[in-house]
Design a protein around this ligand. Structure first.
Ligand SMILES: Cc1cc2nc3c(=O)[nH]c(=O)nc-3n(C[C@H](O)[C@H](O)[C@H](O)COP(=O)(O)O)c2cc1C
Length: 188
């Protein structure tokens, strides 16, 4: 297998974010499947609200880091919380910044195989938001896997170390991560 490079990120800034924990787990499974994996925390990148006037002054360092890492990656593990049935402002803002192309540069999301995850304390697991994320990423050239995972009642499924304590859920999280690694490897 050609070793694919995968980056993993979550669309929440919250210290105890369920999605950060979920994506850490997905990243661990991708690593076990033979990928090179880097977990990115959006909170560490301190990305400002997108503003074309601000952009005209130069790309913020955190945005440049995100774009560089996306461009170097073959695949993306992405966990997106659902706010009011849609994508979080934090994630959309990061995508908007990263979608901007410097002259001659490859669009950051182009041809990246992407696996979508969501979770929620509620019963639908953030499923409605994933439809919006899928639309946005497909529109900017990402190859979003048909399979996706929305995990309901996430607050009951993690242990004190942030690991998934429910075997059936762990299996589903691992299965999608493995598929991403397999497809990214084949396309590399
Ligand atoms: C403004 C707001 C809107 C929300 N809307 C939804 C929603 O539409 N569906 C849902 O399942 N949960 C909703 N939630 C609850 C989130 O699923 C919950 O806060 C979750 O923990 C967010 O992910 P995180 O833990 O990774 O930050 C909402 C929370 C906030 C703050």
């Amino acid at each position: 297998m050609t070793t694919p490079k995968i980056i993993a990120l979550a669309g929440s800034l919250r210290k105890d974010s369920f999605h950060q924990k979920l994506i850490n787990e997905a990243a661990r499974f991708a690593l076990e499947s033979g990928a090179e994996v880097e977990v990115i925390k959006l909170a560490d990148l301190a990305i400002p609200m997108f503003d074309e006037d601000l952009e005209a002054q130069g790309t913020p360092a955190g945005v440049q880091q995100l774009k560089d890492k996306l461009r170097a990656a073959d695949g993306i593990l992405l966990a997106s919380p659902e706010y009011n049935g849609s994508i979080t402002a934090v994630l959309k803002n990061a995508i908007d910044w990263a979608s901007r192309t410097e002259q001659g540069a490859e669009p950051a999301f182009a041809n990246k195989v992407t696996a979508l995850y969501a979770a929620s304390p509620g019963g639908l697991g953030g499923l409605r938001g994933l439809n919006h994320v899928r639309d946005i990423l497909s529109g900017i050239g990402s190859l979003v896997l048909a399979n996706q995972l929305a995990v309901p009642a996430i607050h009951t499924l993690l242990d004190d170390n942030g690991r998934i304590s429910d075997p059936a859920t762990a299996e589903k999280v691992a299965g999608l991560a493995q598929q991403l690694v397999s497809v990214a490897s084949k396309l590399k």
